[in-house]
Design a protein around this ligand. Structure first.
Ligand code: TXA
Ligand code: MG
Length: 374
């Protein structure tokens, strides 16, 4: 990736430093995340059992965990994130035995998907049991459940002995954290502990599938792609909220999708088309803006990065040939742009199938649906 000038730390401090510290946040580094030892997680598990908050790595993004069966603990999550309390939380489990107590029924489709993609980056929305408090589900009669494959996450949940409610561990309105440092920037002084298991693998949040209605419906695209869901289930619908801007009278089924999602401080415009055509169009737009004294940032790719004009702040988000590198870097690059003094950001777009559906879903939202087809 290209380096860009700018003192991140100073800017970070200016932006977040004014917040009052409410508690000392303990940072615990997991030396060997793939062979994590129980003793490294014992204290974190105890904090969760006692109603406290622990941020931990998962294979998608870092999560901010609390006991999902404890309404008071769930409330602390909303306070720490500054998140509206009608936005429900995902309950994380470590194995299939832990699913039954959370739901009132397990449809066949859930068993098929679980067998194919759990543990992994997939969340299933199912009718909730009476054990799950409305404080966790944002008042809904359904509960979202995920079984993470990340060894630190999975073992932590097992040791806690309770299902762990965990949204992404960012302040509401910031990009989801993909490193423990991102979590620290947003959550230092607000939670009991951060487990540092290194950078996450995938980089975008889990696929959410609603199985509580007639037809399975995709509520949020992720690394378990639409194509992968259809292989197992056949018919899968797409919640319209994924595709277009919020419309009057059309309520997204995942309440979180209705909130203004992460939007960079500088206005982001998303270009869509062939790589060479996007580069040319972005260069033209950038030249116009540079001519009137604006500072322009560009999100490009390894394949296109040499084609941009001088004077723009250039960041490659990954390689088109390896889409997973783009998912992996996307939120970190967006976070960085928040710290650069640019007036406008232009981003290349990506094909909307497979993992590209998840990548474009996050980019389109960050752009506030400001798209230019070339
Ligand atoms: O990958 C992930 O899913 C990460 C990691 C930490 O597991 N978690 C995550 O949580 O992204 P969060 O809270 O940032 O996003 C959860 C989304 C929200 O849009 C929420 O509205 C939706 O899931 N959701 C939760 N429960 C739901 C339910 N019962 N029905 C419909 N949507 C639900
Ligand atoms: Mg989130």
């Amino acid at each position: 990736m290209n380096a860009i000038d700018g003192d991140m730390n100073v800017l970070e401090k200016q932006k977040h430093g004014r917040r009052k510290k409410q508690m000392e946040t303990k940072l615990v580094r997991i030396e060997n995340p793939t062979a994590v030892r129980d003793e490294d997680l014992k204290e974190a598990a105890q904090i969760l059992r006692e109603g406290g908050l622990v941020a931990f790595p998962t294979e998608t993004v870092y999560g901010l965990g609390a006991n999902a069966l404890d309404e008071t603990a769930a409330k602390k999550i909303y306070a720490a994130k500054g998140r509206p309390s009608d936005n429900p939380l995902i309950a994380h489990i470590s194995c299939m035995r832990e699913l039954g107590p959370l739901v009132s029924e397990i449809p066949e489709a859930a068993l098929l998907l679980a067998r194919a993609y759990w543990p992994g980056p997939m969340t299933l929305v199912l009718p909730k049991s009476t054990r799950v408090p409305y404080g966790t589900t944002g008042g809904l009669d359904t509960v979202a459940v995920r079984m993470p494959s990340d060894p630190v996450a999975n073992r932590l949940i097992r040791l806690a002995g309770v299902p762990v409610a965990a949204p992404s561990a960012n302040l509401s309105g910031r990009p989801s954290p993909t490193t423990a440092e991102h979590v620290r920037q947003d959550m230092d002084g607000r939670i009991e502990m951060i487990l540092d298991g290194g950078p996450v693998g995938i980089g975008v949040e889990s696929t959410i599938v609603d199985l509580s209605g007639e037809t399975p419906t995709l509520l949020r695209p992720g690394a378990v792609t639409m194509e992968m869901l259809r292989t197992v289930l056949g018919a899968v619908e797409i919640d319209p909220a994924i595709v277009g801007p919020p419309q009057e009278g059309l309520r997204p089924k995942a309440p979180g999708m209705k909130y203004r999602h992460y939007a960079p401080r500088a206005e982001l415009t998303l270009f869509e088309g062939e790589p060479a055509a996007m580069t040319a169009a972005i260069n033209r737009a950038a030249a116009e803006q540079l001519a009137v004294g604006k500072r322009v940032g560009v999100i490009c790719t390894d394949e296109t990065k040499d084609g941009y004009c001088d004077g723009v702040l250039l960041r490659s988000v990954g390689a088109r040939a390896y889409e997973e590198t783009i998912a992996h870097n996307l939120f970190a690059v967006l976070r960085e742009f928040d710290d650069f003094d640019v007036d406008l950001i232009y981003s290349e777009g990506f094909p909307r199938d497979h993992l590209g559906q998840a990548i474009m879903n996050r980019l389109v939202k960050a752009a506030g649906y400001r798209e230019v087809k070339v």
